[in-house]
Design a protein around this ligand. Structure first.
Ligand code: ZN
Length: 150
């Protein structure tokens, strides 16, 4: 009975931490489905830089079920997702040189990992940001809110 309780408490803690955490470094997992492991993310402006580590734990290759992590203002997500489609896989489905893209990782397939680090200088606390996957057709399901605390 004692050990059973310990397991429950541990699971509760780890689930809470992965859903919403204020930190400077994040581990985000994706798989052979259209979902990020994090529903929302919160960063501190006081972090000098933010690092996002993306892991694809699925089996499908990048051209079939590729995922990336792209950060932009919420109001720019739709147009960036549309323009990213024509940019193609080689450009990670992100419009080349578009400064509305705050940060992005390359597109990865099953068994691969990637990461991106970016400065918090370009982030405004209180602004509405979203992270999303720009692989064609994924951005509607694969998105979440990105909060910037002062
Ligand atoms: Zn995706």
């Amino acid at each position: 009975m004692k050990s059973f309780l310990k397991v429950v408490v541990f699971m509760g803690l780890s689930t809470g931490a992965s859903l919403s955490q204020a930190a400077c470094s994040f581990d985000v997992e994706v798989g052979d489905y259209l979902k990020f492991s994090a529903a929302d993310m919160t960063v501190e402006k006081s972090c000098e830089s933010i690092t996002v580590n993306l892991t694809h734990s699925g089996k499908l290759p990048a051209k079939i079920m590729g995922h990336n992590w792209v950060l932009a203002k919420s109001s720019d997500v739709q147009v960036l997702a549309t323009q990213g489609m024509s940019a193609g896989l080689a450009a990670s489905y992100v419009p080349v040189g578009d400064d509305r893209v705050v940060a992005y990782t390359s597109v990865i397939g099953g068994g691969e990992t990637t990461n991106v680090s970016f400065s918090t200088d370009g982030l405004t606390s209180g602004e509405s940001y979203m992270f999303f996957c720009s692989f064609p057709g994924h951005s509607y399901s694969m998105r979440g809110t990105f909060n910037v605390n002062p």
